[in-house]
Design a protein around this ligand. Structure first.
Ligand code: GFB
Length: 312
């Protein structure tokens, strides 16, 4: 990309897309193209085709997706598979026909088998059964990876796919029914502190292990790969360190300054027992994450306190 390239960030209001826009602006890129979902419904093929026919686009960051935590994935499987298949199929195909120079597709580490060896290497894709709570979402993301690779093979496109681990950052979703664990715990502990509640409920057993990557680190990695990676193989993006949900709850409790007890609701699903990515491929290319979880938690909690919760 050069500073005058036309760069379309699909999903610029989301956690990932907004971080990519911040990173592009910070680095000096001048022509960043965005459309809200009201202006352009990416599930609508005709609208997407029209957009790519009329707008000159050189690079695409495909960060638009229907995303959510374990409960949302489990309760709305049809929405997760349909919306994601539509969005990515429309954008990838239109980008190919518009001859864009390069496209970066955002996947997810839930594409890896539920019981894959840890840390998760890129080659473990399609070697075993998926975690049932998010299988429809994972299948859609796997289809996106395969579309990019197939278009590269058949049409000679330059479409790359990246697999970020669990993400958090500014502008996250704090709705307790649909959010991921980290923003959910920030909200739960904060509200418990304000209400002087004696306990905070954490879903599941607390034993699953997850890795948490700040969205600003992810965005840096995406720009880096857009500029330096040409391969057909997927690339993991993570920090290379995981913690248990119990440990995460303890850290959030401390950051928030809550003094009550933590309880575990074991009737809620645990999901995949462990998701830690092997980051050697991206490290070998010359990139590694910079924001520690402690630092990230502090800054996200500060942002959260500035939010108007009525809107959440
Ligand atoms: O973040 P989370 O929803 O995503 O849950 P996944 C991670 C773990 O935290 C699970 C536990 O074991 C949850 O049971 N947890 C504890 C909570 N308390 C809470 C809470 O209040 N809210 C939430 N949400 N979890 C999703 C996938 O899986 O992660 C997606 O469903 C995607 O497909 C995404 O891959 C990154 O890591 O389990």
């Amino acid at each position: 990309m050069d500073f005058h390239s036309n760069i379309y960030v699909a999903g610029h209001n989301g956690l990932v897309g907004s971080a990519i826009v911040r990173a592009l602006e910070g680095a000096g890129y001048q022509h960043i193209i965005t459309r809200t979902s009201r202006e352009l419904d990416l599930r609508n093929k005709e609208a997407v085709d029209r957009f790519f026919e009329t707008e000159p686009v050189d690079y695409v960051f495909l960060a638009a997706a229907k995303v959510g935590g374990i409960l949302a994935n489990n309760e709305y499987p049809a929405d997760f598979i349909r919306d994601n298949l539509l969005i990515q199929t429309n954008v990838i195909d239109a980008a190919y026909r518009a001859n864009v120079s390069k496209l970066l597709f955002l996947g997810s580490t839930c594409i890896y088998p539920k019981f894959a060896p840890q840390p998760l290497k890129e080659e473990y894709l399609l070697t075993g059964e998926l975690e049932p709570t998010n299988e429809p979402y994972a299948i859609a993301k796997i289809a996106g990876i395969k579309m990019c690779q197939s278009y590269n093979r058949q049409y000679g496109t330059r479409f790359i796919s990246v697999m970020p681990t669990n993400l958090y950052g500014p502008g996250d979703n704090f709705d307790l029914q649909t959010s991921h664990v980290l923003p959910a715990l920030i909200r739960k502990f904060h509200e418990a502190k304000l209400n002087q509640a004696p306990t905070v409920e954490v879903w599941g057993s607390g034993t699953p292990r997850r890795e948490f990557l700040h969205s600003d680190d992810l965005a840096e990695a995406c720009l880096f790969l857009m500029n330096h990676y040409e391969g057909n193989e997927i690339v993991n993006i993570g920090v290379g360190i995981d913690i248990s949900i119990r440990e995460l709850a303890e850290r959030v409790k401390e950051v928030v300054g809550y003094e009550g007890e933590i309880t575990f609701n074991t009737s809620a699903p645990d999901g995949t027992p462990r998701k830690l990515v092997d980051v050697s491929r991206i490290a070998g290319l010359g990139w590694s994450a910079r924001i520690s979880l402690d630092e990230g938690l502090q800054s996200v909690y500060q942002d959260f306190q500035g939010l108007d919760l009525v809107e959440q």
